[in-house]
Design a binder for this molecule. Structure first.
Ligand SMILES: [Fe+2]
Length: 146
């Protein structure tokens, strides 16, 4: 399984769209690394990068929300938190049982579906809101702590 970027996934904000494309590409790369049995170290490297990038991306969206007093900030942040926890658990599950890709592949498919659902609903709602505001870009430092 693979998720593909489609124009329908655009939220109308270039910075967010570009990050979503990157996120989808890393998730696919992680999936392929497991399917192609590229080795535990390669798989873990991609997973760590996914974990980091998810956090950077969510920080970016949250900064947009904070700077525009977005009315659904709390519920949107909660969805991000749930996904961060999910990726953290996926990482733990991989570290504990490195040779059992089957379970992690299932989790990753769940994450892919979750993204598409989140982008199509919550992020589009945010994107529409941002289009009414004059904000197009935010700056987020990439030092993400836990
Ligand atoms: Fe989001």
């Amino acid at each position: 399984m693979k998720i593909e970027w489609k124009d329908e996934l655009s939220v109308g904000n270039t910075q967010i769209d570009e990050q979503h494309k990157t996120l989808i590409s890393i998730t696919n790369k992680f999936h392929n690394a497991m399917l192609n049995e590229e080795g535990n170290e390669a798989v873990l490297d991609v997973l760590k990068f996914l974990d980091l990038y998810v956090k950077i991306h969510f920080r970016t969206e949250e900064k947009f929300m904070e700077q525009t007093d977005y009315p659904y900030l709390e519920e949107h942040k909660q969805q991000h938190k749930d996904m961060i926890d999910f990726v953290e658990n996926m990482k733990k599950s991989f570290v504990i049982n490195r040779d059992n890709y089957e379970n992690v592949l299932k989790l990753n498919i769940k994450l892919m579906k979750w993204y598409v659902d989140h982008i199509s609903n919550s992020d589009k709602k945010l994107g529409n809101y941002l289009q009414d505001k004059s904000i197009k870009v935010v700056v987020v430092d990439d030092k993400v702590g836990d």
